[in-house]
Design a protein around this ligand. Sequence first.
Ligand code: DGY
Length: 458
Amino acid sequence: MEDTYKPEALPWRAEKILRKNDMGGWTKAAPNLYPHQWSWDSAFIALGLAHLDTRRAARELQTLFAHQWKTGKVPHIVFNSDAPPHSYFPGSEHWACAAASPDAPPAPPYTSCLSQPPVHAIAALRIWEAAKRRSEEEIASAWAFLKDIYPKLLSWHRYLLTYRDPEGSGLVTIYHPWGSGTDNSPRWDAALAAVEVSDLPPYPRYDLQHVGSPSQRPTDADYDRYLWLVELIKRAWCDETTIYESHPFLVKDVLSSAILVAANEALLKIAELVEAQEEDHTIIAAWIVRGRRGLEGCWEPELGLCLDYDLRADRPLQVRTVAGFAPLIAGSLDPRQLGVLLKTLDSPTFLGHRGLRWPLPPSTSPEDPGFNPRSYWRGPTWPVVNWLLWWSLIRADETERAERLRRTALEQLAKGGFGEYFDPFTGQLLGSADQSWTAAVALDWLSSESLPEVKAAL
Ligand code: DGY
């Protein structure tokens, strides 16, 4: 596994992966394991593609937003009608009934009725920044893209802050672990344990044929609950109000909420660029304040981390994961709060753990009882999470730290390949190889050799 690539080979290898997974107007999340278009994958892919072709990057987001629901929701999966049979479960046939919802977009292609963290406005703004470094022609086309996508992004964020936050807390509610993007994280263990599964028909685990070992993926017990929750959502006809009233899994997700704050900051900049009406500026600015306030309420001083909140059990979820750094991602921390978070980051709970192959944050702290170094979001290191933290550190003026993280993250990819995730102790590639969003964030890192320039573009 060592010396997989020479660092100089990284850019063209990353580009090759994005081209190989390119389906025309959108990109498969991975060659075999994920043969459809995933929402937050596409956002990360777009910010990587921006370094190759800003128009193609814009198209990635436009294709996704073409399947936005009438409520403003951006579906977590848009299903590829040409995906090989038996490649992914639950596929379009399992979600076809979502198309019967009066809020659903025209089908086919079918979509799921879940969502994922809202990275899209951040990606849209980076496409604009990349275009500005190129030609007048690309600037004009990127501006037209921003003008087109702006109302869609606004409606997406409004959906999250209304349907997904009827309490006005500033925090996004998820009703399925898939909606967090961090499916089997121990963040959800306690809330899932309370979900009682009944009459679930047998189902296939196609995902297991695409990974080295089943231990790298969620367990059958996890899947039973995932599919049972899907079943309940389908029985509610994907109606948000009904789901909110009756669903057994309802959690305030601090990572999605923090990404939404950062995405709202990007949206505010886009609103200025496209000269949106003054009222929009006021609304978005208020969303940012509300989001930061909500996250403050989730702060757990003893852990030096932020915690998700189980609305059904009415209690915080006491688990040490990277999601706990949500306030860093949301940004604008005062120096004291920033200091506490960085102390947690450096401590043996995360980067200071002696067993780590690289000082990169494991998705779950090795000190947490839910930790497992090989299982998906229960411990492995994820390049996209490294990207989010890197980007947040730059925004927090922690440029040296950010640069260390970027170099280490690239070194990990040079040694380990463009994996979906990595064993934090051995550095072994896990999940899918040639994962699109890993290639995309690598391209972004490689294009960010000069930090002052990156900082100026934020
Ligand atoms: C999967 O299939 O593992 C996805 O994360 C669900 O969206």
